[in-house]
Design a protein around this ligand. Structure first.
Ligand code: 3PG
Length: 307
C-alpha cells in the first residue's frame, strides 16, 4: 500500500480533504494527515515513511527531504513553489510538481475584493471611488493574471499587462493591452496587481522607481510574495507621496511601521488567504492527489518543476 502524507500547516477546507482522501482510497493508497502543526519536528517525524507528500506553503527543505528516505514526489497544491528546495529534491531524485491554475480564481477574486475595499476607503463610511474606467496593470500574466483581467473587465476597468514570458496575442485575445516593460505598466496604471513568482530574478525587484512612477491614487495589490517588494523603498514611497496605497495578502516585515504611520493607506490579510476557498482547496487538492497517482502508477511527470 503506497503511503502519502498531506502536510498542511494551514489546513484545506474539510470538503477538500474528503475529496483528496477519495482519490487515494480509489487507488488503494494510505493517506495520513498532518494539519495545524507548529513545530518542524512534527513534519520531520511525519515524513519518515512517506512516498509522496502534498503541501501548501509548507517548507520542504534539505532536512525534510533527508528525513524521508522513501520519498519519490512532492506536490505543492498551488502555484508558487518557492517553499521547496528544488536542488535538494533533485539531488535525492525526488520529483516536485505544482498544480497550476487550480486556485487562481480564488486569488483573483481576493485581489479585486481588496481593490473595492480600498476604493471605498476601507469601508469607513465616507464617499469613495469606483473601479470603472480606472487603469489596472497586471504584472505577470499567468493564471492569476488572466482571471484578474477577466473580473476587472467586468468592473469596466481598462486592463494592461506585462509579462516577458507570455505572447502579446494571448493578452490581446482576452481584451488586455500588452505593454513592453514593467516601467511602462507602472507609469500608466493606477492599480497594479502583482502576480510575479519569488525567485532570484524577482526578489526585491519592486521598489521606488516603479512605484514612484504610478499615476495619482496609486494602489499596489500584492497577492504574490512579500519577498518581491523592496521594503525600504516601499517605506520611502509611502513617505514621499500621500496618495500611495498598499494592499497585500502577505504582510511585509515593515507591517508595524505601515500600520502605525499610514492608517487607511495599508491593508494586509491576517494570514495569506488568496487561495483560502473551499473551491480552490478542492481543485488544487484533487489535482495534487491525481498527479501523485499518475506519477506513481504511470510515471507521468506533467507539471514537474525540477529537473
Ligand atoms: C499559491 O502559490 O498557490 C498561493 O500563494 C496559495 O498558497 P497557500 O496554499 O499557502 O494558501
Amino acid at each position: 500500500m503506497k503511503r502519502v502524507l498531506i502536510a498542511t500547516e494551514k489546513p484545506f477546507a474539510p470538503a477538500a480533504v474528503e475529496s483528496i482522501q477519495k482519490v487515494f482510497k480509489a487507488s488503494g493508497y494510505q493517506a495520513t494527515m498532518l494539519e495545524n502543526y507548529t513545530e518542524k519536528s512534527a513534519l520531520l517525524e511525519a515524513v519518515k515513511t512517506a512516498e509522496a507528500i502534498i503541501i501548501r506553503s509548507d517548507k520542504i527543505d534539505a532536512e525534510v527531504i533527508g528525513a524521508a528516505p522513501d520519498l519519490k514526489i512532492v506536490v505543492r497544491a498551488g502555484a508558487g513553489y518557492d517553499n521547496v528546495d528544488l536542488a535538494a529534491a533533485t539531488a535525492k531524485g525526488v520529483v516536485v510538481m505544482n498544480t497550476p491554475g487550480q486556485n487562481s480564481n480564488a486569488v483573483a477574486e481576493l485581489a479585486l475584493g481588496m481593490m473595492v475595499f480600498q476604493a471605498r476607503g476601507q469601508f469607513n463610511g465616507k464617499p469613495g471611488t469606483e473601479l470603472k474606467e480606472k487603469t489596472l496593470g497586471i504584472h505577470a500574466y499567468g493564471w492569476v493574471g488572466k482571471n484578474t483581467a477577466r473580473i476587472a473587465k467586468g468592473f469596466g476597468m481598462k486592463v494592461y499587462g506585462f509579462d516577458p514570458y507570455v505572447e502579446n496575442s494571448k493578452m490581446e485575445a482576452d481584451g488586455v493591452t500588452p505593454v513592453e516593460s514593467a516601467e511602462d505598466l507602472y507609469s500608466r496604471c493606477q492599480y497594479i496587481s502583482l502576480n510575479i513568482p519569488a525567485n532570484a530574478e524577482t526578489k526585491q525587484s519592486i521598489g521606488a522607481k516603479l512605484l514612484g512612477s504610478m499615476p495619482k491614487g496609486a494602489t499596489l495589490v500584492n497577492t504574490a510574495r512579500k519577498e518581491v517588494i523592496h521594503e525600504e523603498e516601499l517605506l520611502q514611497v509611502f513617505a514621499d507621496r500621500d496618495d500611495f496605497r498598499y494592499l497585500t495578502d502577505i504582510a511585509p516585515d515593515c507591517a508595524d511601521a505601515l500600520v502605525e504611520k499610514y492608517p487607511g493607506r495599508y491593508f494586509a490579510t491576517p494570514k495569506k488567504m488568496g487561495a483560502q476557498t473551499a473551491e480552490a482547496n478542492t481543485n488544487a487538492g484533487i489535482a495534487a492527489a491525481e498527479q501523485i497517482v499518475a506519477f506513481l502508477e504511470k510515471g507521468d511527470e506533467t507539471y514537474r518543476v525540477n529537473r
